[in-house]
Design a protein around this ligand. Structure first.
Ligand code: PMV
Length: 320
């Protein structure tokens, strides 16, 4: 039996502007994860079990663009095409063994916690290990980015990068990844609106705004990029208390991009009123999650305030 586990992620700064080449910061969220388990089997074919989405099916009965099927098809294709750099691979074996693949995930779907990318990465790592086709992190990341592009249009690649490396990442599209240092630990509270919102739609809407007035939106994205850059400096020097104001500024710019919602704004305000140092929506917006920067001793109080303001669940995560 082979298993692989991948954490969720949350974007701290820079969503949407990152699609236009500006930097963004994101961190892994290890309290939630996607897991893949692979067993050799006596039943013919490759059987997929994902109880969370009520899926029990043989690979070839699924449409090829099904999110899980597409990962397996792409992996089989890749492993047949390119020889493993380590010599021993599934290439050339012709037929694949009969497999039972189980996928479970505690990452809420379509809420900005990177569930799709985490399932892809867990599954491809489990396949690679089980079928003796070693893949480097760079290869896993590139593979997962191709899958993200299949399903999400024009993703920046931040989701697959953070969950692949499971490290705090300062991300600029198409550039080598930079892991950022954390000068002093700080605490983030994540509040879920419970509203699932496909990122593709908000990304498309921001693109329409940009197409209608490029110079205006380029300057908005520049401001977001400056915020992300400055946030990295504060985190690296341990001046994390100054991040709150940057979060508030970033949230205002996301509101301008029309990707917030009254439900998100309500949670952001509730967090600040309960003593958070700053708060913003996180990810694609129009639902999903918001984050708040809190002093550790205030986390419980702010979490209760979020629940009273309608959060369906909260998570506390410390970045160190
Ligand atoms: O909704 P999420 O957390 O998957 O984040 C999307 C982030 C965007 O910047 C809006 C899109 C992207 O591809 O970077």
């Amino acid at each position: 039996m082979t298993t692989a586990s991948t954490p969720g992620k949350i974007i701290l700064f820079g969503e949407h502007a990152v699609v236009y080449g500006r930097p963004a910061l994101a961190i892994p969220v290890t309290q939630v994860h996607a897991d893949a388990e692979i067993l050799d089997s006596d039943s013919k074919g490759i059987w997929i079990h994902a109880s969370g989405v009520n899926l029990h099916a043989e690979l070839n009965t699924l449409p090829p663009d099904h999110p899980i099927a597409s990962v397996i098809h792409n992996f089989l294709f890749l492993s047949r095409q390119s020889p493993s750099p380590f010599g021993r691979g599934v290439r050339g074996e012709g037929r694949f063994p009969n497999l039972q693949i189980s996928i479970t995930s505690t990452i809420p779907v379509a809420s900005g916690l990177g569930s799709g990318a985490a399932v892809t990465v867990a599954l491809v790592r489990a396949l690679a290990a089980h079928l003796h086709y070693p893949m480097t992190d760079e290869e896993v990341n590139a593979f997962a980015y191709d899958i993200e592009k299949l399903h999400h249009g024009t993703p920046s690649g931040i989701d697959n990068t953070v969950v692949t490396y499971a490290k705090p990442v300062y991300f600029i599209k198409s550039q080598p990844i930079e892991i950022f240092k954390v000068g002093a630990p700080f605490t983030i509270l994540i509040g879920d609106t419970g509203i699932s919102a496909p990122t593709k739609e908000s990304v498309t809407d921001v693109k329409k705004l940009w197409e209608a007035d490029k110079s205006k939106w380029e300057s908005v994205f520049d401001r977001v990029g400056e915020i992300a850059k400055s946030a990295r400096e504060k985190i690296e020097t341990g001046d994390w208390r100054l991040l709150g104001e940057l979060m508030n500024q970033n949230h205002a710019l996301l509101q301008e991009m029309t990707v917030s919602l009254p439900e998100l704004d309500l949670l952001v305000e509730a967090a600040k009123n309960a003593g958070a140092l700053g708060a913003k929506l996180s990810g694609g917006g129009r639902g999903g999650n918001m984050i708040a920067l809190v002093e550790q001793e205030k986390a419980g109080e702010v979490s209760s305030a979020l629940t009273s303001a309608g959060a369906k669940r909260t998570l506390i995560t410390t970045i160190s």
